[in-house]
Design a protein around this ligand. Sequence first.
Ligand code: ADP
Ligand code: 5GP
Length: 213
Amino acid sequence: MEMREKCKGMLLVLSGPSGVGKGTLAKRLLQEDGSFAFSVSVTTRAPRPGERDGVDYFFVTEEEFQRMVRAGELLEYAAVHTAHYGTPRAAVEERIRQGQNVLLDIDVQGGLQVMRCMPDCVSVFILPPSYTALVRRLAGRGTETREAIEKRMRNAPGEIACMPSYEYTVINDDLETAWRTLHGIVEAEKRAVSRCLPEMGDTVEEALSLLDE
Ligand code: ADP
Ligand code: 5GP
């Protein structure tokens, strides 16, 4: 007599300026919620120390990237900062078909494309508490040169200008608070009737028969 549920997979889009903490929040979600799979993007940028091919990104040449674009293998793609990035289509579509949840950590250009072609995606824009906090985080991460940090900072206002196209915002000031907010959004969206319709596992007649026992 258990409740049955027919659930569709959720496509969760996380965007926000570089250094805001998307990767940190994404990692936490993947650790704490086993229903999510990370969509590994393709990129033409060079790997950072410690990044693994096929785990953090698929690192590809410009030629391979352009081939994937021409072949329609990317759900969305964009030039971000100084490289190309894209989301492999097949893996996302297959997982969603199987009812799994998929997490995309992508820039606003890609986020807008996904909202157009997958309108039932859940879109969350992560904001820093200030530009000062953002530059501190980028510098503190220690993965970019000064020029790269400047480029990312100068791109940030344009990215933040796209925020009204997203459904939710999360301010990543205190990390625990930001995580709780994101987690709350995800849990609420899992219960959206468009995504999940519980079915009663028994009937009223079966229930009423208990009164005669
Ligand atoms: P993104 O993926 O958006 O570029 P990261 O997740 O790599 O950003 O975070 C950038 C840096 O900021 C990392 O060093 C991370 O540890 C740090 N960070 C993330 N969230 C916070 C926070 N709420 N307060 C302080 N530092 C943070
Ligand atoms: P990074 O080089 O710091 O890993 O990522 C730079 C930016 O590219 C981030 O804003 C990140 O969200 C974005 N990005 C990563 N993968 C993709 C992708 O597949 N598509 C798009 N459009 N942006 C991506």
